[in-house]
Design a protein around this ligand. Structure first.
Ligand code: ADP
Ligand code: MN
Ligand code: MN
Ligand code: MN
Length: 369
């Protein structure tokens, strides 16, 4: 047990020093470990399992289709429990290194239809339809670190930290908790090839954010899901849990969101602000549709978070404004000044499915159904 874990009384952790000689063993060149990664029946949980390939796959199509037991992932359908894994994106494995890979997969059922929680299938179709508009996204993934007892990491065990104020982008042992995890995760993303854009400590102590983007089309969902996988996997090494619950602590504590920054080619060009405004006009007419798409429980999770307090808008109202962090949609001040750029949709919940969020944004503003 590591000293830190021992101090916290966490017994399931193992000594990483003992593991070192094994990780240093030479790996045969014609043997590549591929960690297949997929989304389970909850639409939030990530699962993975490993297999050896006797060649180095360069693209997802080089990886064989595989399967798993859906009855153990809340996806069983009667006696047909086999689910299929269709590789769709490849990243480098920052834990095993070398030629080893992380292989993101779509899940298909026995009848070759996408599983209910495979939101990527329809997203790809729409992104292909909209490709000439070159939709870009940047998602700000907020999350909370929890100690093994389920209480926020670093919080006093029999009480609460001081009120919010000093923690956002804070520095110092009395202001931020868990920076090692954040730093390790950032490096893991860079190594893997996830397009991580930045990170910061959040308003609630123990809460953090990393941003992924800008990514075009389907890449947004692919990169964010792998970024999440890496977060959970890195936190596991530290004996800490990362939760994407949108309101982990009730009371006067900020919740967690996944603001989605969005632009089309037209918005990014000179005079783009009029395209941003017309997109906002379209979004204003589809508020309910978007709220249903912005968390896995079709709005129920976000109800706890979008209260109109703590830098959020009310779940019931649509609003937009320049530099307004209490609005559904914010136009960043710089964008208003430049007259071009992007908009920020602040409604998506931290546990949203980025495939669904990006799909509905494109549907409303480009496909215009
Ligand atoms: P905030 O000020 O809301 O905290 P952040 O700096 O955390 O914003 O995140 C901004 C995100 O917007 C980043 O992920 C960045 O990649 C993304 N972004 C920047 N420009 C664009 C653009 N033109 N279109 C879409 N996303 C963009
Ligand atoms: Mn941010
Ligand atoms: Mn934030
Ligand atoms: Mn934001």
């Amino acid at each position: 047990m590591s000293t830190a874990a021992a101090l916290r009384g966490f017994s399931a952790s193992t000594d990483k020093n003992v593991m070192k000689p094994y990780m240093c063993l030479d790996q045969p060149e014609d043997r590549v470990m591929c960690e297949y990664i997929w989304i389970d029946g909850t639409g939030e949980g990530i699962r993975s399992k490993c297999r050896t390939l006797d060649y180095d796959p360069k693209k997802p199509e080089d990886c064989p289709i595989w399967n798993y037991d859906g009855s153990s992932t809340y996806q069983a359908e009667g006696s047909n429990s086999d689910m299929y894994l269709h590789p769709c994106a490849i990243f480098k494995d920052p834990f095993r290194k070398g030629n080893n890979k992380l292989v993101l997969c779509e899940v298909y059922k026995y009848n070759k239809m996408p599983a209910e929680t495979n939101k990527r299938a329809s997203c790809v179709k729409l992104m292909t339809e909209a490709k000439d508009s070159h939709p870009w996204f940047g998602i700000e993934q907020e999350y909370t670190l929890l100690d093994f007892d389920g209480y926020p990491f670093g919080w006093p065990k029999n009480g609460y930290p001081g009120p919010q104020g000093p923690y956002y982008c804070g520095v110092g042992a009395n202001k931020v908790y868990g920076r090692d995890i954040v730093e390790a995760h950032y490096r893991a993303c860079l190594y893997a090839g996830v397009k991580i854009a930045g990170c910061n400590a959040e308003v609630m102590p123990g809460q953090w954010e990393f941003q992924v983007g800008p990514c075009e089309g389907i890449d947004m969902g692919d990169h964010l899901w792998i970024g999440r996988y890496l977060l959970h996997r890195v936190a596991e090494d530290f004996g800490v849990n990362a939760t994407l619950d949108p309101k982990p602590m009730e009371g006067d504590w900020n919740g967690a969101g996944a603001h989605c920054n969005y632009s089309t080619l037209a918005m990014r060009q000179e005079g783009g602000i009029k395209h941003i405004e017309s997109a906002i006009e379209k979004l204003s007419k589809k508020h309910v549709r978007h709220i249903r798409a912005y968390d896995p429980k079709e709005g129920k999770d976000n109800e706890r978070r979008l209260t109109g307090l703590h830098e959020t808008s009310s779940i019931h109202d649509f609003s937009a404004g320049v530099a307004n962090r209490g609005a559904s949609i914010r136009i960043p001040r710089q964008v208003a000044e430049d007259g071009q750029g992007y908009l920020e949709d602040r409604r998506p919940s931290s546990n949203c499915d980025p495939y669904t969020v990006t799909e509905v944004l494109v549907e409303t503003t480009i496909i215009d159904k």
